[in-house]
Design a protein around this ligand. Structure first.
Ligand code: SF4
Ligand code: SF4
Length: 164
């Protein structure tokens, strides 16, 4: 026996009433706030002391939104009687969040653990130019970087530590 045809409008209203009675999944931001997941890509934090000005992150960034400048300095030898060393000092490290697409490549490629993700996301600005964060501002985000969570059982990967 063929199924009776229900007019489209009744089928539509059935869906509407069903959804009216089901619990809301949306959050009324900014009046209500949900904590982001711990490893969320909110903002990139810079541990300035670990940066060797190798430029790898800037060269790998697909959006060209990392600006680095540095200079060479003489440093005392590591051991008494040794030769003085030449080290790189960081003058400028800016990330333009108006261009960044949060791909995470810079954080992945940094060989010296100088870049970390923080889940903080509330840094919108009325002026787009203010989305350029300098090294001082990027350094302040370090306080909001959560510790790494242990890997799944069986992983041989060493859990990284966030430098404090
Ligand atoms: S997250 Fe991606 S786009 Fe943003 S600064 Fe890093 S490499 Fe560039
Ligand atoms: S890759 Fe790391 S160490 Fe090299 S310039 Fe970028 S932040 Fe500094």
């Amino acid at each position: 026996m063929p199924k009776p045809k229900i007019p489209g409008v009744i089928s539509g209203l059935k869906v509407t009433f069903k959804e009216m009675l089901s619990p809301n999944v949306t959050v009324q931001y900014p009046r209500e706030k949900e904590p982001p997941p711990t490893r969320a890509r909110g903002v990139i934090a810079l541990k300035e002391e670990n940066c060797t000005v190798c430029m790898l992150c800037a060269r790998s960034c697909p959006d060209w939104c990392i600006y680095i400048e540095g200079h060479k300095e003489k440093a005392p030898p590591r051991r008494p009687g040794g030769k003085p060393r030449t080290v790189s000092a960081l003058d400028r490290f800016d990330i333009d969040y108006a261009l960044c697409m949060y791909c995470g490549i810079c954080v992945e490629v940094c060989p010296f653990d100088a870049l970390f993700w923080s889940p903080e996301f509330e840094y919108s600005e009325p002026r787009i130019a203010d989305l350029l964060h300098d090294k001082e501002r990027l350094g302040e985000w370090m306080e909001t970087v959560p510790d790494f969570e242990p890997y799944e059982a069986g992983s041989e990967q060493k859990v990284k530590k966030v430098p404090r």
